[in-house]
Design a protein around this ligand. Structure first.
Ligand SMILES: [Zn+2]
Length: 79
């Protein structure tokens, strides 16, 4: 079984304070984070998995258009 390790963007190691050196991986159904710089290892106790960055990219054009739809604040009677 291959353990996939993913870097956590912006994560800081609690031991050596190195940034972007933390990898996240799951083993035996548990989530661990590990610092590739100093070897620090810790079990992640989060109940929900961290938000995937790709969800933003995978959004459809339609959803994006809904977001930028302007809110009309002008009262037509006042014109
Ligand atoms: Zn470290």
């Amino acid at each position: 079984m291959t353990v996939v390790k993913r870097f956590i963007a912006g994560a800081v190691c609690p031991r050596c304070a190195a940034m972007d050196r933390i990898v996240m991986y799951s083993e035996n159904g548990k989530q661990f984070r590990e610092c590739v710089s100093c070897g620090y290892r810790d079990e992640m106790l989060l109940q929900s998995s961290p938000r995937e960055l790709d969800t933003r990219v995978n959004r459809s054009e339609e959803e994006r258009r809904d977001e930028v739809r302007p809110v009309k604040l002008i009262d037509p009677k006042a014109v």
